[in-house]
Design a protein around this ligand. Sequence first.
Ligand code: ZN
Ligand code: ZN
Length: 127
Amino acid sequence: MSKHAHKIGALLFCPDCGTLLNLPADNETEVKCEQCGRKEPASSYEDIEIITRSHPDAFPSALAQKRKTQTKVHEGEDLNLLKVTEKCPSCGHMEAYSKELQLRSADEGSTILYTCVKCRFGWRINN
Ligand SMILES: [Zn+2]
Ligand SMILES: [Zn+2]
C-alpha cells in the first residue's frame, strides 16, 4: 500500500481510477473513493490544508489588524512631544505640540515647529 492519492492544487484524485476524492469530514480518518471504493487516509489532506492556511489571503483581516496596530505605535512615538499653549493659525485652538529644531547655528537662534493638537496644522516660528 505505497500508493498515494495524486495531488493537483488543493484537490486529491484516486490513484486507482482517477476520480476526484471528496474532502474528509472533521471526524473522519479516511476518504472513500465513490467510483472504486478505495480508501484514502484523511492525513493525505494535511499538507494541502497547511498550504491553504498559510496563504496571505486566508486571513486578510488578521493581517490588516496587525498593520493597524503597528501604525498606531509609530504615531505614538511621533507625538511624544512637548504640549504647549500656542494659538493655531488655522483653527484657533490653544494647544499645540512643539519641537525645537537645532539645525541652524547658535547665533541664528532656533526654529520651533508647532503642530496643532486639534487639526494637526503645522507651522514654525524662528526665534
Ligand atoms: Zn477510485
Ligand atoms: Zn488647528
